[in-house]
Ligand binder design. Structure first.
Ligand code: PHE
Length: 354
């Protein structure tokens, strides 16, 4: 085969390989195979030296043409492959802007905290200070200094969670032989505040409390209370009534009325439970208020002189009132929530309403 024939067949072969190359790197190896320093064209042209002198320019010209044709073909193929490559990457990365986004809901305060803050704010407006106390409490503050006799039923291990130090060798089923418990109400903070602060005292105390109750529509083993305590010279039951009537109207609406029913608490005397008129029937009686026209919302009373005895306040000089309300209960009454457990289950479909 003459060199010219070899060049022609090399050209045909190279054009076919260029056309077959499917990626840029395949194309580059085709270029190296045919046009590279050690490639086919170089190899064929090594034979030129053996040709008669007059044939050499002809072969040189043809080989230049072959090289030019192949380089052009490679360039063209390269452009086509680059374009295809870009198109493929663009379509792989494509974002469907018509796909509906996922809505992110803003965070918000839990209803219980909203209400607790609202109550605290009302009392801040009346000049009260916020006080807090420990959730793990001593029997002394939770019961004894609040005038509970040693036999009071609330002290039983079936009502109260006692905290036992198991490292002291006590068994789980040994009786309530401990002084440490989870507070059953926020009232122990009354005692703690009066221990450090002499009257006048005006405090509002939000906090978690614990009782050994099974959760049901109207009970939770853990819930929140807000305690209030006012101690000053000349405080009367009238001050208590005026304060709580104002607070109920702030919380439930100006048109609501309050009533005070006699009750008993060991640490207040006299004591009362406060009802607010039913917002659904306005007092005429309906299912929501169980036909009574009234909804019970808190307990209160005049601080018992025995409590003052534990904190060295002279009951001949100072008198005081105290009250305690359940935050979950207020939420349930205000928004007609049929089951307190809904407030702690964390179902966003429910909680988002508030
Ligand atoms: N501590 C009482 C309760 O949990 C409520 C209360 C507080 C009553 C203050 C009177 C005075 O039921």
């Amino acid at each position: 085969m003459s060199i010219i024939d070899e060049l022609q067949s090399l050209k045909a072969e190279a054009l076919a390989s260029i056309a077959d190359a499917e990626t840029l790197s395949q194309l580059d190896s085709v270029r190296v195979t045919f046009l590279g320093k050690k490639g086919s064209l170089t190899r064929v042209l090594r034979g030129v030296g053996f040709l008669p002198a007059e044939e050499r320019p002809v072969v040189g010209k043809i080989s230049n043409e072959v090289r030019a044709v192949l380089e052009a073909a490679i360039q063209e193929r390269q452009a086509a492959l680059a374009e295809a490559d870009l198109a493929a990457r663009v379509s792989a990365d494509a974002i469907d802007v018509t796909l509906p986004g996922r809505k992110r809901l803003p965070g918000r305060k839990h209803l219980i905290n909203q209400i607790a803050e609202e109550v605290v704010d009302i009392f801040l407006g009346l000049g009260y200070m916020v006080a807090e106390g420990p959730e793990v409490e001593l029997d002394h503050y939770n019961f004894t200094a609040l005038n509970h006799p040693p036999t009071h039923p609330a002290r039983s291990a079936t009502d109260t969670f006692y905290v036992r130090d198991l490292s002291q060798g006590l068994d789980e089923d040994q009786g309530p032989v401990t002084e440490v418990l989870l507070r059953t109400h926020t009232s122990p903070v009354q005692v703690r505040v009066m221990e450090r602060q002499k009257p006048p005292v005006y405090v509002i105390v939000p906090g978690r409390v614990y009782r050994r109750d099974i959760a049901d529509p109207s009970h939770l083993p853990q819930f929140q209370q807000i305690e209030g305590l006012a101690v000053d010279e000349g405080i009367t039951f009238g001050d208590l009534k005026g304060t709580l009537d104002y607070v109920c109207k702030e919380l439930f609406g100006r048109d609501r009325m309050t009533r005070f029913r006699p009750h008993f608490f060991p640490f207040t005397e006299p004591s009362a439970e406060v009802d607010v008129s039913c917002g659904i029937c306005a007092g005429s009686g309906c299912r929501f208020c169980k036909k009574t026209g009234w909804l019970e919302i808190l307990g209160c009373g005049i601080v018992d002189p025995n409590v003052f005895g534990y904190v060295d306040v002279d009951p001949e000089v100072h008198t005081g009132f105290a009250f305690g309300m359940g935050v979950e209960r207020i939420a349930a009454l205000r928004y007609d929530i049929p089951d307190l457990r809904m407030l702690v289950e964390g179902d966003m479909r429910f909680l988002r309403q508030f």
